[in-house]
Design a protein around this ligand. Structure first.
Ligand code: AOF
Ligand code: ZN
Length: 469
């Protein structure tokens, strides 16, 4: 296990505060106010150093890579709780893109004096939950202590037994959870069980951050459908290509690198056949360094079978086969050729009005396959259909400092568009940031907005517009 001394604030690497953990790395700095929060594991609770290493390895604790500067918090329990929850959230993030369809979860255990004695995070579906790993690392030191966990401990038998049993058995006095588990199998039952056992339970510390971290999981586990995130890049004057069709590149290098990072965290990247024919994208993650890339599943919507088997979609090595989502209209010989080229061919419902792939039906299939998030990188027709079908929950739009002009130059969203301003989709929780020279605007699509707001649950019927597939 490697320890990098980085990211612990201005005092990182100095030995004036913070004790060393068993790997010799600086862990958490002692608050200036002298509060009892101490950094560093205490190896002295009945385990040999080798045992501790074994548990650490099992937990995969990347101690030196987690950034939390406890020294900066103000006195008071709320701030102390927030700082430890930040650490648990940072642990959870270590597995970004790896846990689907399960959530990202991190956990920290303090002993009764407030010393850090265990930490862990969920690595991937089917493997132990975060709180179990943290409690295993803490061992007997958890007695009378506190468990911080970014998601309510589970109360159900899934791939693993209920964590609440392990929490109760550990003897912790207090549990602080960032949010209630939206999984209908849990949904507050974990908290109730802990309270019944006499444990002091507090919920909602750093809730916003925890909800955001698990945005795909929350949507998927409550709807059975993947979260839809529409991403586009346009010029300052709202174009995605010149009048002659040139579009490479509109956004800058930094923005494109960020999109490659995103692809590692989404389960699916979706385009239409038009994008394949026009740009021949590889749709893989090509991120230099860092974690070994896990490609999203590339899903191409092609109702009639236009995508050729020599497209880079098929010829680029990828960790998971692409999916061609088509309709009965697609000739059998094309489906066979796609399958021979290594694709999964899904015949989904067609929209009655247009014969195009019914995206609502595709989303249902994706959900059934345990895919929790879709990054929509398509052209404007598929994007509009997805929005119109109510399948887009977040918009990520890059604006590049370029001007193209040209009345016929394409814009990010096609489709029929709306007539009345009151029918507009509106974003909420909007955030603006600068990525290189580009501006990134992200926000949630506010429910109850858009032209089909009054027809919730009617699927994509109102999406009857031409699309590029
Ligand atoms: C996780 N990791 O750290 C926590 C989870 O299929 P299972 O048994 O792994 O259970 C998955 C459910 O457990 C998940 O949907 C969530 O409700 C709950 N908590 N899951 O994968 C964890 N704490
Ligand atoms: Zn659990």
């Amino acid at each position: 296990m490697q320890d990098k001394e980085r990211g612990f604030g201005p005092g990182a690497g100095k030995d004036d505060d913070g004790s060393e953990d068993i790997h010799g790395s600086k862990h958490v700095r002692r608050p200036e106010n002298g509060h009892s929060l101490e950094g560093g594991h205490s190896p002295a609770h009945g385990q040999s150093q080798e045992d501790r290493h074994a548990v650490d390895d099992a937990a995969g604790v990347l101690s030196g890579e987690v950034d939390v500067d406890v020294a900066r918090v103000d006195p008071g329990q709320a701030d102390v709780d927030a700082a430890w929850m930040d650490r648990a959230l940072a642990l959870a993030r270590q597995a970004l893109g790896q846990t689907s369809p399960n959530p990202l979860v991190g956990a920290v255990v303090l002993d009764e004096t407030g010393r850090l004695v265990g930490e862990g995070y969920h690595h991937r579906a089917g493997e132990p939950h975060a709180e179990r790993l943290a409690l295993a690392q803490a061992g007997a030191a958890a007695q009378g202590g506190t468990l911080y966990v970014t998601l309510e401990p589970c109360s159900h038998y899934g791939r693993t037994p209920p964590c609440v049993d392990a929490v109760i058995a550990s003897g912790v006095r207090r549990v602080v959870a960032a949010m209630v588990d939206p999984n209908p199998l849990v949904a507050g039952r974990g908290i109730a069980r802990l309270r019944q056992a006499g444990i002091d339970v507090q919920v909602g510390v750093r809730e916003e951050q925890a909800q955001r971290l698990n945005e795909p999981f929350v949507h998927y586990i409550t709807t059975g459908r993947p979260l839809g995130v529409w991403k586009a890049a346009m010029t300052l004057d709202g174009k995605i290509a010149t009048v002659a069709g040139e579009s490479r590149w509109i956004s800058g290098e930094a923005a494109r690198a960020l999109v490659h990072e995103w692809r590692q965290t989404y389960d699916v990247v979706l385009v239409g056949s038009g994008t394949i024919l026009r740009d021949d994208p590889q749709l893989t993650t090509r991120r230099a360094g860092g974690r070994p890339g896990r490609d999203p599943v590339a899903v191409v919507v092609d109702s009639s079978g236009r995508v050729p088997v020599n497209a880079r979609l098929f010829t680029t090595p990828r960790t998971r086969p692409p999916v061609l989502a088509t309709t009965e209209r697609c000739p059998q010989f094309v489906r066979d050729a796609w399958a021979r080229a290594g694709a999964q061919v899904w015949v989904v419902a067609a929209e009655p009005a247009t014969g195009r792939v019914d995206l609502a039906d595709l989303w249902r299939r994706l959900g059934e396959a345990g895919l929790t998030s879709v990054l929509i990188e398509s052209g404007g027709e598929v994007a509009y259909s997805a929005l119109a079908a109510g399948l887009v929950q977040r918009v990520n739009l890059f604006i590049a400092p370029l001007l193209f002009g040209g009345a016929s130059a394409p814009t990010p969203l096609g489709g029929t568009g709306i007539r009345r301003l009151s029918d507009a989709w509106r974003l909420t929780s909007v955030e603006v940031s600068q990525i290189g020279d580009d501006v990134l605007i992200t926000g949630r699509v506010r429910s109850g907005t858009g032209p089909n707001a009054g027809q919730k649950g009617k699927g994509s019927e109102a999406a009857g517009c031409s699309r590029e597939s």
